[in-house]
Design a protein around this ligand. Sequence first.
Ligand SMILES: [Zn+2]
Length: 68
Amino acid sequence: MTDCANCHAAPAAIEDIEVEPPRPWCLGCATALVRAGDPVLRYRSLGEGQDEYARVLSRGSTAAVRFG
Ligand SMILES: [Zn+2]
């Protein structure tokens, strides 16, 4: 299991694929980014949290969301 690159305290739920190397985020940190207005829009799933993250993203972001 990959740990979150930010808090190192939780397993990563998603991985930001816009950066090199890809940066893993736990659900809590990824949610904080959405709330801060800087959501990870291009990501791949690393675990069960990705479905929840997709919901957070659809609720928390008014920007055009790109998938894939
Ligand atoms: Zn984290």
